[in-house]
Design a protein around this ligand. Structure first.
Ligand SMILES: CC(C)(COP(=O)(O)OP(=O)(O)OC[C@H]1O[C@@H](n2cnc3c(N)ncnc32)[C@H](O)[C@@H]1OP(=O)(O)O)[C@@H](O)C(=O)NCCC(=O)NCCS
Length: 201
């Protein structure tokens, strides 16, 4: 009865309109915001003046996209074109996170270039929230990368083109192009040989 009164396609139109209105409401706050959509409702947007977003990206609800200007670095987040960030994605930079084109994330993916304090007594003697935020390095993610559900990409990591990161993996080291990594910490489980890569380029 209800689906007769309010058919699903009307609901989808309503959601589409709502998402575009919301995106229009926030887009001017960004350093650059192309023809992309932030679906209603993100969890937190912060430091948008340090965030560049290209065209054709979709950010599903629950997005946390934060660039913290805490002094040591001028933060930057750069996202290319045509990526899909599934629900609950958390991208946080105090330093630099650069993402190429055609990224696909699963749900609840974390990409962070920072942490609360260092691994030393001085840090541990204060509550985590009060520790100075530090970055061990920038994150670079290449083109056509797929990050499975619940993946964490930690500071200082470069992920090459065409990489697949298995569900629930924690990426702590660089990942070469055209490989599959999985586990915690993520290790290579499959890869194209370099001659195969060269042949196809
Ligand atoms: C990474 C993935 C694509 C690999 O698929 P595949 O190429 O078929 O790989 P295989 O199943 O042959 O696994 C290769 C090895 O890696 C291990 N492995 C695969 N995925 C793993 C994961 N997420 N965590 C830990 N180990 C994993 C396998 O156990 C296997 O190890 P073994 O050789 O010792 O048995 C897949 O396992 C995966 O995690 N997909 C993500 C799914 C997802 O998040 N979807 C959300 C929608 S975006």
């Amino acid at each position: 009865m209800l689906s007769f009164l309010y058919p699903h396609f009307l609901f989808r139109i309503y959601c589409g309109v709502k998402n575009h209105i919301y995106t229009g409401y926030v887009r001017s706050r960004f350093a650059h915001f192309g023809n992309s959509v932030i679906q209603y409702l993100p969890y937190q947007l912060l430091g948008e003046q340090f965030i560049h977003i290209g065209d054709g990206n979709v950010f599903e609800p629950g997005l946390q996209l934060t660039a913290w200007n805490l002094g040591e670095h001028t933060p930057e987040i750069r996202i290319g074109n045509d990526s899909l960030f599934r629900k609950g994605c958390h991208i946080t930079a105090v330093n630099s996170i650069v993402i190429g084109n055609h990224l696909l994330t699963g749900t609840n993916v974390l990409i962070t270039d920072n942490a609360h304090g260092n691994s030393d007594y001085l840090s541990w003697s204060v509550p985590p929230i009060e520790r100075p935020v530090v970055s061990k390095g920038k994150i670079i993610i290449g083109d056509r990368v797929w990050l499975g559900n619940n993946v964490c990409v930690l500071p200082g990591v470069t992920i090459g083109d065409g990489v697949i990161v298995g569900a629930n993996s924690v990426v702590t080291h660089d990942v070469p192009s055209y490989s599959i990594v999985a586990g915690n910490p993520a290790r290579i489980v499959k890869a194209l040989s370099s001659s195969e890569v060269a042949k196809r380029q």
